[in-house]
Design a protein around this ligand. Structure first.
Ligand code: HAM
Length: 425
């Protein structure tokens, strides 16, 4: 059998399973979402932090050796220098690692837009490379910060236009109240081990909290009357939680208490929350989530520093937006199409003039006919064509054509940017 030609082999290339390309016009929504997030976070005093896509594996082991993210899904590898590294599965540990390394002033308020990697079974809304927008705030235990962070996450979803978002809120306690609770829960589960799903029969002792979060019928039934951490918080955690709920209520942010909300990472203490959308399937209905982490900075070698943050998934938000029919891509990428039937140099000059004046414009190449250029203008969704033919080139003018009404007007070249801006207003 003859080997396939190189060209035939190349045609087979696809983005790897669980990854995806983002092309126009969808990429314009992506860009808008990142800008919206950056604006909201910036307005609240969070500044951009960029960390490497890979870190020492141990940085991520701290998010919890018992979590799926660490046990099963890590993209870890040995580099050529024999270092054990991993692609970032989430955004919190790297920001805290950077905080510990650089020791900025507190409170330290960071936002990020970060590709994240988890070796999961690909399905709608669940990818091996996904993208998170998130914030982390370190250096204060003040529950008013929890209110700020939770509200920011909620309002980002609302600004996208998602109407059906539910904010679930829980407290996972602290080192004082969680261990005795876990003991009581483990004992409760041990009595019902036979009724749990296969996975949790094995793992209930190692991570009893996860059983509460299990979506399988067997675990849900067996834990229906399990003790709740929310009922067993110590005084300090209870007061903290009450202040968070009171703060959210004062801002009119609606939330639902979710005593079974556990979250998939081990570093959480006290406030935890998740934003869910009814537009997404139950297996991946979380648009985002977050919470407090009391010990992460310490476990990464820093001074004890409390933190709180959240991450939302860009893909999930856009998927939910699709379902709700909100946050559409913009109708056009440019406002003006420059049409030149004299060879192309006039279009170069005019496009440059317009772009310098701040007008979004594009033009055709390859000396196409007037008809073909106007067709491109239509396809791009431009509102105006700025036309230079032999007559305009000689007269030092430009013909502005409104592409919706067909109305046109010949204007002096020096005035074109000003007049275009007026027409687009
Ligand atoms: P997480 O809940 O694991 O939390 O992920 C945050 C969000 O990222 C999820 O709600 C979801 O929208 C998105 N996401 C996660 N995995 C995937 C995937 N495989 N495919 C598509 N989207 C996904 C964290 O990562 C924490 N670092 C959040 C946090 C920040 N907690 C405190 N600070």
């Amino acid at each position: 059998m003859q080997a396939p030609s190189l060209t035939a082999q190349m045609a087979e290339f696809r983005a790897p399973p669980g990854t995806h390309d983002v092309l126009p016009p969808q990429s314009a929504r992506w860009e808008r979402l990142v800008a919206l997030f950056a604006r909201r976070a910036g307005r609240a005093g969070y500044q951009l932090v960029v960390t490497p896509v890979f870190e020492e594996l141990a940085v991520f082991s701290r998010v919890g050796v018992e979590t799926d993210v660490v046990r099963k899904e890590m993209y870890d590898f040995l580099d050529k220098g024999g270092r054990r590294l991993a692609l970032r599965p989430e955004g919190t540990a790297p920001v805290v690692r950077a905080f510990v390394q650089h020791r900025p002033l507190t409170p330290f308020k960071a936002w990020y837009a970060a590709p994240s990697f988890r070796y999961e079974r690909p399905q709608a809304g669940r990818y091996r490379q996904h993208h998170q927008l998130g914030v982390e705030a370190l250096g204060t235990e003040d529950p008013e910060l929890d209110v700020e962070v939770v509200t920011l996450a909620y309002e980002v979803c609302r600004e996208v236009g998602l109407a059906g978002v539910t904010l679930l809120l829980n407290s996972l306690g602290d080192d004082a109240c969680r261990p005795p609770y876990l003991g009581a829960l483990a004992a409760y589960l041990a009595e019902r081990a036979g009724q749990l799903c296969d996975e949790h029969r094995e793992r209930a002792a190692a991570n009893p909290l996860r059983v509460l979060d299990c979506k399988r019928e067997a675990c849900a039934t067996a834990t229906a009357d399990a003790p709740r951490l929310l009922d067993n918080l110590c005084d300090a955690c209870r007061q903290h939680f009450e202040q968070v709920t009171a703060g959210l209520s004062a801002l009119g942010v609606p939330f639902t208490l979710a005593p079974r909300l556990v979250r998939g990472l081990d570093y959480y203490t006290r406030t935890t929350f998740e934003l869910q959308s009814p537009a997404l399937d139950a297996a991946q209905n979380a648009l985002g989530g977050g919470g407090r982490y009391g010990r992460l900075a310490e476990s990464l070698g820093g001074p004890p520093t409390p933190g709180i943050g959240f991450g939302v998934g860009v893909e999930r938000i856009l998927l939910a937006a699709d379902h709700e029919g909100v946050f559409p891509p913009p109708a056009s990428a440019v406002d003006v199409w420059v049409v030149d039937t004299t060879g192309g140099r006039e279009a170069t000059r005019l496009a440059h003039r317009l772009r310098t004046a701040g007008v979004a414009c594009d033009r055709s190449f390859d000396g196409r006919s007037m008809k073909a250029q106007l067709k491109s203008a239509d396809r791009a969704g431009a509102r105006l064509a700025a036309i230079v033919g032999a007559h305009e080139a000689a007269a030092g003018t430009v013909t502005l054509k409104d592409l919706a009404t067909g109305e046109q007007e010949e204007v002096p070249r020096e005035d074109v940017a000003k007049l275009v801006e007026e027409r687009l207003r």
